[in-house]
Design a protein around this ligand. Structure first.
Ligand code: ATP
Ligand code: MG
Length: 140
């Protein structure tokens, strides 16, 4: 596998509990490098666009309200097989099903307030990076 980039969000439940550094430490320990990062607060329209794929799901409103409730940290992570590796370090969507040592097992509060987002494929990674970062922010 080649070096890849993936898009990551440290979600409101985690920024609120001051877990940004603890979560970054998990990424770095797994060999993922933070190559771009910023702390922002989404508008409702931005959250609805970002999670548009879930617009018909029953939890869509709850998810968007949660994502705008506090600032988030958006990141580009780089490394060998970064997309799959990030998903592995994050753990299952539902923390009750997440493996020991994963971010969601350790930090997530519930299936909704689950501390992190990570892209699920090369196409979504490219789209999500471009949604949040300009070319100038992605040097090197
Ligand atoms: P993400 O896309 O955030 O990385 P994921 O790929 O593991 O998470 P998805 O199925 O894409 O999970 O769901 C997107 C997000 O929607 C989840 O991370 C979670 O915050 C929320 N979500 C998913 N299922 C539920 C549910 N049943 N109830 C409430 N919120 C949910
Ligand atoms: Mg997803």
């Amino acid at each position: 596998m080649a070096i890849q980039r993936t898009f990551s969000i440290i979600k409101p439940d985690a920024t609120k509990r001051n877990l940004t550094g603890a979560i970054i430490a998990k990424f770095e320990a797994a060999g993922l490098r933070v190559v771009a990062q910023k702390r922002i607060q989404l508008t409702l329209a931005q959250a609805q666009t970002f999670y548009g794929v879930h617009s018909e799901r029953p939890f869509f409103g709850e998810l968007c309200d949660f994502m705008i409730s506090e600032p988030i940290v958006v990141q580009v992570l780089e490394g060998e097989d970064a997309i799959a590796k990030n998903r592995e370090v994050m753990g299952a969507t539902n923390p009750a099903e997440a493996a020991e040592g994963t971010i969601r097992k350790e930090f997530a509060l519930s299936i909704g307030e689950n501390s992190v987002h990570g892209s699920d494929a090369p196409e979504t990674a490219a789209e999500e990076i471009a949604f949040f970062f300009s070319g100038l922010e992605l040097v090197g």
